[in-house]
Design a protein around this ligand. Structure first.
Ligand SMILES: Cc1cc2nc3c(=O)[nH]c(=O)nc-3n(C[C@H](O)[C@H](O)[C@H](O)COP(=O)(O)OP(=O)(O)OC[C@H]3O[C@@H](n4cnc5c(N)ncnc54)[C@H](O)[C@@H]3O)c2cc1C
Length: 424
């Protein structure tokens, strides 16, 4: 379908938090734009999250340009449904020009303007902002293809609740936020759970009486920029925090899971049918995570000392030790009674619809969201500029930077317009 629907200054592709933050910043600056979203606003919070999921960032950290959490539980954690509602409210608060249920199939540039093909027709624009999400598709290791066909495999995007899995044991692969949360839920449902643990970032929910995110905010952890790190690619690949937003604010770490009865093993290496080989370095991996955590906690302690807060905060709580009972080299899924595997192994992106010279090794090359192709921008990348660029609380300052760039460009083209584009 090639009908030309509309020309606008900027097309924002994706109506999640990044696309909405861009829209708000462009609206504030009087820059003409449309947001194209293939589903509903914040679609992934409607259809790609499990039922019990809550934000792991406290509600007070739900802050976007011109809008913030205003409920009566700032220290609580929103459910996925509440998050979807929050974003719908955000879009309504400034009448964001979002066109829902339009799937972008191709983005090209003819040397002058962008041409964006959707399943309903074609749009053109002077600028595009790619805001289709860092957590776009599940990243499943190639070894998954060698798993016996009668073992159920599932990715978190498709998992809703324990009943989605056959009765029997479950192997959860990956011990970051998603892996530990699903391991805890499946264990509570009565299934024997084995958790395969690779490199991870341990983080207690609370430290010295305050939520850890509050401390991380205080010590400036989220203000670290990509210019402050030595190895950019490694920083962007760092495992996400091992955390959960539980109403009782308890920690969910390997110590708690092991204590509850979850079996911990090393990371999955290869699979042949029903035999899964796992690394035998679990104790060392756990030690490394604990050392990194202690460094972070020391920075918090230093800040407390520096600010003279010692009398106002609690003493440091001891860190529960993770007990490593055995370090098997392999699992026999039949003998271990494992009927399902959950791949909580992270996300990847696929830009096969992006016909622009801005990709290297499949990722968008950018600096502060600005790409090498004039007029092409991106938002919501992991560590795009700040450590929290892909968090709800972090995308706003990147969106403001990108919007400033876009509006300056539109001015130089003589193309800024405060009149909103509406498609024909
Ligand atoms: C399980 C999970 C829990 C998380 N918890 C937290 C948390 O507690 N706190 C926090 O700050 N962050 C959290 N995050 C990180 C981050 O906030 C989310 O990943 C968030 O969804 C990112 O927003 P986004 O707008 O960048 O991308 P997305 O929310 O992925 O939005 C992208 C949008 O683009 C649309 N789209 C994609 N392709 C196309 C196309 N071709 N055409 C049109 N539209 C398209 C999608 O439908 C989607 O709506 C979590 C992430 C995950 C996966």
């Amino acid at each position: 379908m090639n009908t030309h629907i509309a020309h606008t200054g900027t097309l924002v592709i994706g109506g999640g938090q990044a696309g909405l933050a861009a829209s708000r910043c462009l609206s504030d600056r009087g820059c003409d734009h449309l947001v194209l979203e293939r589903g509903r606003i914040a679609e992934r919070w409607h259809s790609e999250r499990w039922d019990s999921l809550r934000l792991l960032t406290p509600n007070w950290m739900t802050r976007l340009p011109g809008h913030a959490y205003g409920g009566d539980d700032p220290d609580g954690f929103m459910s996925a449904r509440e998050v979807a509602g929050f974003f719908a409210g955000y879009a309504a608060s400034f009448r964001a020009p979002v066109l829902e249920h339009l799937n972008v199939q191709r983005v090209a540039h003819d040397g002058q303007r962008f041409s964006v093909t959707t399943d309903a027709g074609r749009f053109t624009s002077d600028q595009v902002v790619i805001a289709t999400g860092w957590c776009d598709r599940p990243a499943v290791p190639a070894a998954a293809a060698s798993l016996a066909p009668d073992v159920r495999q599932i990715v978190p995007r498709d998992y809703r609740r324990p009943d989605d899995l056959p009765l029997g044991g479950v192997l959860v692969v990956g011990a970051s936020a998603t892996g530990v949360q699903l391991a805890a839920e499946l264990h509570q449902s009565g299934r024997p759970v084995t958790l395969a643990v690779g490199s991870h970032t341990r983080m207690p929910r609370r430290y010295r009486g305050m939520d850890t995110f509050w401390w991380l905010d205080q010590i400036g952890a989220f203000d670290r920029t990509i210019d402050d790190v030595d190895d950019v690619d490694a920083a962007r690949r760092e495992p996400s925090l091992q955390l959960a937003g539980r109403p009782d604010h308890t920690s969910l770490d390997l110590a708690a899971l092991e204590h509850a009865g979850v079996r911990l093993v090393g990371r999955v290496e290869t699979i042949e049918g029903r035999r899964v080989s796992v690394a035998t370095d679990l104790a060392a991996v756990i030690d490394a995570a604990d050392r990194r955590l202690r460094r972070t906690l020391r920075r918090i302690d230093d800040t407390i000392a520096h600010l003279g807060l010692g009398a106002e905060v609690l003493d440091a709580e001891p860190l529960p030790k993770v007990v490593v009972r055995d370090q098997p080299a392999s699992l026999d899924l039949t003998a271990d009674g494992i009927a399902a595997v959950v791949w909580a192994t992270g996300h990847r992106r696929s830009y096969d619809w992006l016909d622009l010279p801005i990709l290297r090794d499949g990722e968008i090359r950018q600096r502060r969201g600005v790409t090498a192709l004039p007029g092409a921008y991106v938002l919501g990348q992991r560590f795009q500029h700040f450590r929290n660029s892909n968090f709800i609380d972090g995308v706003g300052r990147d969106a403001a930077f990108v919007a400033d760039h876009i509006c300056a460009r539109a001015d130089s083209l003589g193309a800024r317009s405060s009149t909103r584009t509406r498609p024909r």
